[in-house]
Design a protein around this ligand. Structure first.
Ligand code: PMV
Length: 360
């Protein structure tokens, strides 16, 4: 290597990405191999629930310690480092020069930590995007990474994170009807989505922010020997086909049926696993009953879904949002912890906010 080339490699710099959370309609529940899903999942990327991550990188020199440091919402969090170190270790084969650098990470969420909203999708996709941009910068390439690679790396940090590197509607997991689908990364489906589903709103009802009795890794593990495993896989494949059809023809009625079937199935699987978990709260059930009654009485296009917890996501089209949000505020807000609702909507995906390095 000539001295010019050595000088061309940045020895330090920083990158900031904002990445959004996403809500799965067809749920990923159960893993195989290296963080691959046992069934396809299909999600909507959000706009307001997001993580901002800045990663400063510096080449390790003899007189410097190579310790990674992490600040979350302004406070140093050494307890997050084992997960980050494991993630960086997994990325080393994709990004061998990573071991020549150390990182200082500043990360924050747009939503309160206590809101009970899972942040692993937004945080792991923001971090994967930062590391890929750094890898590109070190190689002298554009800081905008290839998104298929970003999705693959984000998946290793948290499965659902692979769907957060794109805006709108995304599919993760092999599906025979979709040739490009893969267990390794998500693909974007926006080109085949009807305009009825390109402006979706999501009101996130915080029913409880208490820590869940089962984390998502342990939850996925419960599917390994689940009685209903094969039926669940078959069901998810069929729900994915039907959901893609509903999204392409703009059919809200079919969308509502699949969305609620998937949400309740996820909880049914958790209740019937060994050990079984009941994560729904009385107010979750009251809200579900109220949503179904309201839909029946008014004909509104409104569907609920759930993650692996008690909080509800309520999905509806923007053009019906005025009347639906008046109803949510008057009828469902009282069921929420501290009356907290996060109003969100379909988002366009991650954004590279800035980057700099000492060769600019
Ligand atoms: O990405 P993880 O390991 O946190 O799993 C997410 C699981 C669900 O949120 C329940 C479903 C999904 O597809 O996002």
């Amino acid at each position: 290597m000539s001295s010019n080339q050595i000088n061309a490699i940045p020895s330090k710099g920083k990158v900031t990405w904002i990445a959004p959370s996403n809500i799965a309609i067809v749920k990923y529940w159960g893993k195989q191999a290296l963080q691959e899903p046992i069934n396809p999942s299909l999600s909507l990327t959000l706009n307001n629930a997001k993580t901002t991550t800045t990663v400063e990188f510096e080449r390790i020199s003899n007189n410097k310690s190579a310790q990674i440091k992490l600040w979350f919402n302004g406070a140093e969090k050494p307890e997050f480092l084992p997960k980050i170190n494991r993630f960086i270790e997994q990325l080393t084969p994709f990004f061998p020069s990573i071991k020549n650098y150390y990182f200082t990470i500043h990360t924050s969420n747009s939503f309160p930590h206590s809101a009970g909203i899972a942040s692993s999708a937004s945080s792991m996709s923001a971090f994967a995007l930062c590391l890929l941009s750094i890898s590109n910068i070190i190689k002298g390439e554009s800081p905008y990474p290839d998104l298929k690679t970003a999705s693959t790396l984000a998946r290793l940090g948290s499965g659902s994170a692979c769907r957060s590197v794109f805006g709108g509607w995304n599919l993760w997991g092999e599906h025979t009807q979709i040739a490009e689908s893969s267990n390794a990364y998500a693909i974007n489906l926006n080109h085949q989505i009807h305009s009825n589903f390109m402006d979706v709103k999501d009101a996130i009802l915080i029913i409880s922010s208490d820590e869940k009795s089962v984390g998502s890794s342990a939850g996925h593990e419960l599917m390994t020997n689940h009685w209903f495993k094969q039926s669940r896989i078959d069901m998810a494949i069929e729900n994915t086909s039907n959901l893609i059809n509903a999204l392409s023809v703009g059919d809200w009625e079919q969308f509502i049926a699949i969305t609620e079937h998937e949400a309740l199935t996820l909880h049914g699987l958790m209740m019937s696993s060994n050990p079984g978990y009941l994560l729904l709260k009385p107010n979750t059930l009251l809200a579900i009953e109220a949503i179904r009654r309201y839909r029946l009485e008014t004909g509104a296009n409104i569907a609920f879904t759930l993650d692996a917890g008690p909080n509800l996501h309520i999905l509806y089209p923007n053009k019906e949002s005025e009347k639906i949000e008046v109803w949510i505020n008057s009828h469902l807000r009282p069921l929420c912890e501290n009356q907290f609702i996060l109003f969100d909507s379909q988002g366009n995906g991650p954004e590279l906010i800035n980057y700099s390095h000492n060769n600019q």
